[in-house]
Design a binder for this molecule. Structure first.
Ligand code: UGA
Length: 431
């Protein structure tokens, strides 16, 4: 099937290449000429495991092309809208790119073609867009995505579920999506057909739930730390209850990235606008608990060093999570910057996110080599749980630093091994 994907950022580029990999003819459209040039040459503009391969395979097969010209999407049967919905100053979602993408596609829309929203939008957005699309002879559906960075290809080709939001009575839209996703559906995952508003809400509700789960365990961490209890054992124990589940109960410096923080704020803004602010007021607390974790690391560093001014601190990890070079709203980058602002001499490292971090925080002292970042440190802080940091040998690292003090901001290090090697080991939520 000939399809187009408007927006070739993280979501759109992965979606375009994934759809080409299951046999569709795909054109990815974006206004950013540099991004289009880079993708057309097989150079991913971001780090995502497995993406390079499907990008190159798509280009080689001739089924995947990229363009800055919306006219190149004219003969597509399905147009995906996969542009960003960044946070505005007041916390609400900025829909300018969604509107611009719809404006770009409408003049080229074939009669009966389907526009499918994938972007995360405030509930009611599809209802606002639909009349313009109907008037142009097209139809609108909403198909939220649930992909995680680091697992983006896998989550696109074998998702937990597919959700189609369609207008009342538009069985043809669902049938068209079934045809498009036949390969994905052959793996047997559930497919849920809803109305447009439900599909929009499903996405924000899922992210709100995940954020709440993380902040719940982090609130337990605050108490556990105070009373000398261990939040990781607590998470293991409650996680065995299948109704609760152990996943997303990892306490630490909290959630960041381009989705969870902005989505809970946009959800509150939209609910408030609709008169349902009270229903999601708890998300404000979820946000505050999350941000307090960052304060706690800065305070703990100060406590362990008797003040951070002039002290050498090695920060391990800058990305908002491992297997990503994304530093948007990254707790790690925020903490590194705050320690530097408080007068610490911070040396920061990350296997993949130094260049992205440098673009937003050029003032930080970045060390691509881990040993170089660790050398002479009075305190080591692990903030992103990359495999190479989890696997560090406490004895070897002790030989590089000036002070054997470590804060495990993700509760992933072997505390007993560090203590046995002479380290003062502190973790969030473990007294
Ligand atoms: C999130 C959702 O998990 C996806 O389902 C969704 O599609 C995506 O947002 C989106 O809206 O596009 P992502 O932002 O890639 O995906 O990252 P997550 O894996 O959800 O992690 C978010 C943050 O929570 C990270 O900073 C991670 O370190 C933190 N986290 C996660 C914890 O602090 N504890 C946990 O137990 C799990």
């Amino acid at each position: 099937m000939k399809i187009s994907v408007f927006g070739c950022g993280y979501l759109g580029a992965v979606h375009a290449a994934s759809m080409a990999s299951i046999g569709h003819d795909v054109v990815g459209v974006d206004v950013d000429a540099a991004k289009i040039a880079s993708l057309s040459e097989g150079r991913p503009p971001f780090f995502e495991p497995g993406f390079d391969e499907i990008l190159q395979a798509g280009l080689d097969s001739g089924r995947l092309t990229f363009s800055t010209d919306a006219a190149d999407a004219a003969d597509a049967e399905v147009h995906f809208i996969a542009v960003g919905t960044p946070q505005s100053a007041d916390g609400s979602a900025d829909l300018r790119y969604v509107n611009a993408a719809v404006d770009a596609v409408l003049p080229h829309l074939a009669e009966g073609a389907l526009i499918v929203g994938k972007s995360t939008v405030p509930v009611g957005t599809a209802a606002e867009l639909a009349p313009r699309i109907d008037a142009a002879g097209g139809r609108l559906a909403w198909n939220p995505e649930f992909l995680r960075e680091g697992f983006a290809v896998q989550d696109t080709l074998t998702p937990d579920r597919l959700v189609y939001g369609v207008a009342a009575g538009d069985d043809a839209a669902a049938a068209k999506l079934d045809e498009l996703y036949a390969d994905v559906l052959s793996h047997g995952m559930p497919r849920i057909v809803t109305d447009l508003a439900t599909a929009e809400l499903v996405k924000v509700a899922a992210n709100a739930f995940l954020a709440t789960k993380i902040s719940f365990i982090n609130s337990m961490a605050e108490i556990a730390e105070g009373v000398g209890a261990d939040v990781t054992q607590l998470a293991d124990a409650i996680g065995h209850d299948a109704r609760i589940g152990r996943r997303f109960l990892n306490a630490g410096v909290g959630f960041g990235g381009g989705c969870l923080p902005k989505d809970i704020r946009a959800f509150q803004a939209r609910a408030t606008e609709l008169g349902y602010g009270d229903s999601v007021a708890f998300l404000g607390e979820v946000d505050r608990i999350n941000l307090r974790r960052r304060d706690r690391v800065v305070d703990l560093a100060s406590e362990m060093l008797g003040g951070v001014e002039g002290r050498r601190i090695a920060v391990l990890g800058l990305a908002f999570k491992p297997d990503s070079d994304d530093v948007r709203d990254s707790p790690a980058l925020d903490i590194a910057s705050r320690l530097r602002e408080a007068g610490a001499l911070v040396t920061a490292t990350d296997p993949h996110a130094i260049e992205t971090a440098r673009r937003v925080r050029p003032e930080l002292d970045f060390r691509p080599d881990t040993d170089d970042a660790l050398a002479g440190a009075d305190l080591v802080i692990l903030l992103t749980e990359w495999r190479e940091y989890r696997d560090l040998d406490p004895e070897t690292v002790a030989g590089l630093v000036s002070g054997t003090r470590v804060i495990d901001g993700r509760n992933v290090l072997d505390g007993a091994a560090y203590r046995a090697a002479g380290w003062e080991y502190r973790a969030l939520g473990r007294g």
